[in-house]
Design a protein around this ligand. Structure first.
Ligand SMILES: *Cc1c(COP(=O)(O)O)cnc(C)c1O
Length: 459
């Protein structure tokens, strides 16, 4: 490591003194030399040393058009000249209205109402509570349970964790959570059989639970097409549609958590569109503001909304809200981001980028220590394994994925792994040249650095 400038040194010292980082073993952090980001420029992050990195995971899956995008910067600035924030409790706010109209226009058919909040977890929390109260309001008070997928990730608040299935993150909180029914996620890579058999197995489990617990299930909640935090589990095509059909047939609500998959990530605006699925509730966050400001939305059908109407005495009101619900600056950023989708024809540009990713992944699949490679749209995962023939995984404590990403950093790409899965989630608007640059760094690191990383660990 070259000598750091004084300011970087000071910031690192202060960071280590005052911060507690999310999803981070702070013992490791305190022993390491963290990168401090100071600026962004297009699809690059720039640290306090002036080093530039391609933003390979869209600043944790939220950036869409790049950093310091003129149109979004201006929209926020103009909104600042009006008002930064006013409450939606008992008041309307112009930007939040315009955005709600726009979201309903682009969302799958049937979703007509927008409930704002601030993060993916709250969007899910709200969907769960709406689904629960929907049945209470209709007099079906035994419908209190949810069906979720194993290895699901829906955010980190207690309700969202209760429908989550990532044992590593969620196991310790078990006693704090409400009970949920799980079905195996349709993960062909870990399933001995064809992709269709894998999907069928999962769906049979789902139907069994729906039958066994008739009258007790409020909703099925799932991440459509790709289970992101699980390590980019790509579902066999048709699974989503069939799960949605089961929800219809057994008259339970379907909650689509599009927090990760929304806003172009899978090749369409929303993943549900890929299989013509119309959920009863849809959760949006991450990419909603183009990755600028915290904003989330839970969209609901008119049927769901109508179940909450009534006189005060009927007590059907949805008593839920957050102070910053529908924040005006964030809504202004979201409106500008959605305009850029149209102006720059982002959705139409995605298939060419997907093809670049596919080509690169195919090459990487032949490299040592690479097991499964998978992607849907611009969401990609490269699974590193100790033994290519038996697919025996690396022990997660080895943190091979983290070491590989550290090596990518030195080559100029910022990528964050999920265990031993190298995750790529470039911004939908990333230009092909930068995307190819990112893919080349990933391939080069796996080809040239990974073998010595594994040897260095003596395994
Ligand atoms: C990231 C994520 C969440 C949580 O979003 P936050 O804004 O981090 O709370 C929920 N669901 C899915 C599918 C996600 O990927």
């Amino acid at each position: 490591m070259p000598v750091m400038n004084k300011r970087t040194e000071q910031l690192i010292k202060l960071d280590k003194r005052y911060l507690w980082h999310p999803f981070t073993q702070m013992s490791d952090w305190l022993a390491a030399e963290p990168v401090i980001i100071e600026q962004g420029e297009g699809f690059y992050l720039i640290d306090t040393e002036g080093r530039r990195y391609i933003d390979g995971v869209s600043s944790l899956w939220c950036n869409v058009h790049g950093h310091r995008v003129g149109a979004i910067d201006r929209a926020i600035g103009e909104q600042l000249n009006r008002i930064a924030h006013s409450t939606l409790l008992g008041l309307g706010q112009s930007r939040s209205i315009e955005l709600a109209e726009k979201l309903v226009q682009i969302a799958p058919e049937g979703l007509e109402k927008v409930f704002y909040s601030d993060s993916g977890a709250t969007a899910v929390e709200i969907a769960l509570k709406i689904a629960y109260q929907y049945w209470q309001n209709l007099g079906e008070s035994n419908r209190t349970r949810f069906i979720a997928l194993r290895e699901a990730y829906h955010g980190d608040t207690v309700g969202a964790v209760s429908v989550g299935g990532v044992e590593l993150f969620h196991g310790i909180f078990k006693k704090l959570l409400f009970e949920t029914y799980y079905v195996p996620s349709p993960h062909p890579y870990r399933f001995e059989g064809t992709a269709d058999q894998c999907a069928d197995y999962s769906l049979e489990n789902m139907e069994y639970l729906l039958k066994q617990n008739a009258g007790q299930i409020a909703a099925i909640v799932l991440e459509p097409l790709v289970q992101g935090a699980a390590g980019m589990i790509v579902h066999p095509s048709g699974f989503l549609k069939k799960a949605a059909d089961l929800a219809r047939r057994y008259k339970v609500l379907l909650i689509a958590d599009e927090v990760a998959t929304g806003f172009g990530r899978t090749g369409r605006m929303f993943a549900c569109e890929q299989e013509g699925v119309q959920p009863d509730l849809m959760c949006l966050a991450k990419g909603l503001t183009g990755g600028y400001l915290p904003l989330a939305a839970t969209l609901a059908t008119r049927q769901v909304f109508d179940a909450f109407l009534g006189s005060r005495q009927e007590n059907k009101t949805f008593y839920h809200g957050h102070t910053y619900t529908g924040n005006a600056l964030a809504c202004a950023a979201a409106l500008a981001s959605l305009e850029l989708f149209e102006e720059n024809k982002i959705l139409a540009s995605l298939s060419e980028k997907e093809a670049l990713i596919e080509k690169s992944l195919k090459r990487m699949k032949d490299l040592p220590y690479v097991g499964d490679v998978r992607h849907r749209g611009l969401m990609a995962g490269i699974e590193l394994v100790r033994d290519k023939t038996t697919q025996e995984p690396f022990a997660w404590e080895q943190a091979v994925g983290a070491d590989v990403c550290a090596a990518m950093r030195l080559r100029g790409a910022m990528v964050r792994p999920l265990g031993n899965v190298i995750v790529l989630m470039p911004a939908p608007a990333m230009d092909q040249e930068t995307l190819q640059g990112l893919l080349d760094i990933v391939e080069c690191t796996i080809r040239q650095d990974l073998p010595s990383i594994v040897k260095g660990q003596g395994t």
